[in-house]
Every structure is written in structure tokens, then in C-alpha cells.
Design a protein around this ligand. Structure first.
Ligand SMILES: Nc1ncnc2c1ncn2[C@@H]1O[C@H](COP(=O)(O)OP(=O)(O)OP(=O)(O)O)[C@@H](O)[C@H]1O
Length: 285
């Protein structure tokens, strides 16, 4: 196994008002993983992301990203090029008057040459699927889907190895959500490590390989997506529900029903493999 791109050891974080938001978290993430970070509101997902990104300084334990010791106030150009954080609400991130300047903002801050900035803006926009004809437009007048892409492009222009995306599908319809997730998957295939924070278990099932589940500032389960999402008891401890298909599979009786199905096709295959139709009593088990 290669060296982790993220190594968190016994991380704790306490806000100045005394709220203990993270408690003894230890995780490591390998390069090019596609990870979902799940948990109820207030479980500590955003705080953890901010500690990874150097926005917050751990009050105990340590965080290493791409071998850099992460320390708030020390958002060195190396750290900025290693990890980027896309806010839950793109409007909290976008503040320039046109899309080009928005994407160019961070590389300009790195004091890169004008040519290099221009190259990075065009590259990031192309990867994020933002046409150059939009460069002069104001970010605020775009759809939420496009604003999300601008927010991602403005991080991509730094070419970070790790990208954390906080609730990328909130407020978007099914088609837009799918598009955003497929786009993140593409970035993942191209070599980026992606961490997605989401409450949507169908999105988790379909688009991520590993799930880290949190509650009350602790990691309660960390493993392959199917193992975590079908672990009903632990998922319930985090006040979450597995995908509907999984819940149905777990209620059906019979050896064909594994209780592990995540997708309708998997459940259908199990159903079709049955020698006889289930009785009402079996379904109600
Ligand atoms: N600025 C702050 N000051 C004090 N406490 C905070 C602050 N921000 C978050 N908290 C608290 O820290 C804990 C973890 O919050 P955090 O936002 O990290 O959770 P989360 O899992 O990201 O929640 P959500 O899904 O709602 O975004 C919660 O108890 C929250 O109320």
C-alpha cells in the first residue's frame, strides 16, 4: 500500500466556546480514493474537513496532508496545492465580478505569471465543463449547478491532489446531482483524491468506494461503501438510514436475499433467483 495522502492521528478539536466538535479521530486516506464522509448534522464533518484543510488548527493530535503538517495560519502554497475545500454553498466562496477572475483568483495569489494563470484558468474551466464564452459573466447569475462548477474550478486552478466537496448536491435536482457526482468521479479517475460530504445515501452508494461515518465528533465506522451502508445498526447509531433498496432487501426473507443490495438491479436479481414468490408473512419479517 502506498503512503497515505492524508494521515490523521488522535485529532481533537474544541471550539473557543467549549464545544468539543472532534474527539480522538484517527484515519488515513490513500491517494486517489473516493470517500464519502457521512453523519447527522453536527457530527463534526465540516470541522474535520476544516482541520484537514488548515482552516482550523487541531486542539490535539496531528494532521498530515501530502506529508505536510497542517497548521492553521500556515496555508503555505504547498498545502494550498495539496488540498482544496469546496464550500457547501458555492455563494460563500464566489466573490469576483466575473467567472474568469473567480477562477484566476487563487493562482494569482500564488503570484504565478499571467500566462500560467491564464493557462490554469482555461484548464480548470475545461475540466469543470465551463465554456469560455461564460468567462465575462457574473458568477451569481448562473444556475446553482454552474455556480458549483465555478466553485470547483476555482479550486482546480490550484491543481490540488485532494479535493473536499461539502454537500455538492444540496438543492439540485436528480439530473444536476448526477452530473456533479459524475464530474467528481472523473476527477477521481484522473488522479485526484475526493472526499464528499453528503447526507444522500443513494449518492454514497452509487459514487463512492469508501465511507467514513461520524457521530458526536467520533468516527464510528470506516470501510468499503457496501459494508458500511448495510451495517444497519451502526448506521442507525449515526441517525442515518441505508438506501431504500437495502432496507427492503434486509426485510425480505429467504436465502437469496442477502440484505446487501444497494441498487434496484441487485435486488431484482435476488428476487428473480427465488424459486417461489414470497408470502406476505415473509415480506413483513
Ligand atoms: N463556530 C462554531 N462555534 C462553536 N461550535 C461550533 C461551531 N461550528 C460548529 N460547531 C459545533 O461543532 C459540532 C460539529 O459541527 P460541524 O459543523 O462540524 O458538524 P457537521 O457534521 O458538519 O454538521 P452539518 O451536517 O450540519 O454541516 C456541532 O456541535 C456544532 O454545533
Amino acid at each position: 500500500m502506498s503512503e497515505p495522502i492524508i494521515r490523521v492521528d488522535h485529532l481533537g478539536y474544541c471550539y473557543p466556546d467549549g464545544t468539543q466538535a472532534l474527539d480522538d479521530i484517527s484515519i488515513s486516506i490513500q491517494p486517489q480514493e473516493m470517500v464519502a464522509l457521512i453523519g447527522t448534522n453536527g457530527s463534526g464533518k465540516t470541522t474535520l474537513s476544516k482541520c484537514l484543510n488548515g482552516i482550523l488548527k487541531a486542539t490535539s493530535g496531528s494532521v498530515l496532508v501530502d506529508r505536510i503538517k497542517v497548521d492553521a495560519g500556515l496555508r503555505s502554497s504547498k498545502l494550498i496545492s495539496s488540498i482544496g475545500y469546496v464550500f457547501q454553498n458555492p455563494d460563500h466562496q464566489l466573490f469576483n465580478n466575473n467567472i474568469y477572475d473567480e477562477i484566476a483568483y487563487a493562482p494569482r495569489n500564488l503570484k504565478l505569471s499571467a500566462d500560467e494563470v491564464d493557462h490554469r484558468v482555461r484548464e480548470a474551466a475545461r475540466i469543470a465543463g465551463i465554456g469560455e464564452e461564460l468567462f465575462g459573466e457574473h458568477p451569481f447569475f448562473q444556475t446553482k449547478g454552474i455556480r458549483q462548477r465555478i466553485a470547483i474550478a476555482s479550486i482546480l486552478s490550484l491543481r490540488p491532489k485532494v479535493i473536499i466537496v461539502d454537500e455538492p448536491t444540496t438543492g439540485q435536482d436528480y439530473r444536476q446531482s448526477r452530473e456533479v457526482m459524475e464530474f467528481l468521479r472523473e476527477l477521481n479517475r484522473e488522479g485526484h483524491t475526493i472526499i464528499v460530504i453528503t447526507h444522500d445515501m443513494d449518492i454514497v452508494a452509487e459514487h463512492t468506494d469508501r465511507v467514513i461515518a461520524m457521530t458526536h465528533g467520533k468516527v464510528i465506522l470506516d470501510g468499503p461503501t457496501r459494508d458500511v451502508l448495510t451495517n444497519t445498526e451502526v448506521i442507525a447509531e449515526a441517525d442515518l438510514l441505508p438506501p431504500l433498496v437495502t432496507r427492503l432487501d434486509q426485510r425480505l426473507a429467504g436465502p437469496q436475499f442477502s440484505g446487501q443490495a444497494l441498487f434496484p438491479d441487485e435486488l431484482l436479481a435476488e428476487w428473480n433467483a427465488r424459486s417461489a414468490m414470497p408470502t406476505a408473512a415473509e415480506i413483513g419479517r
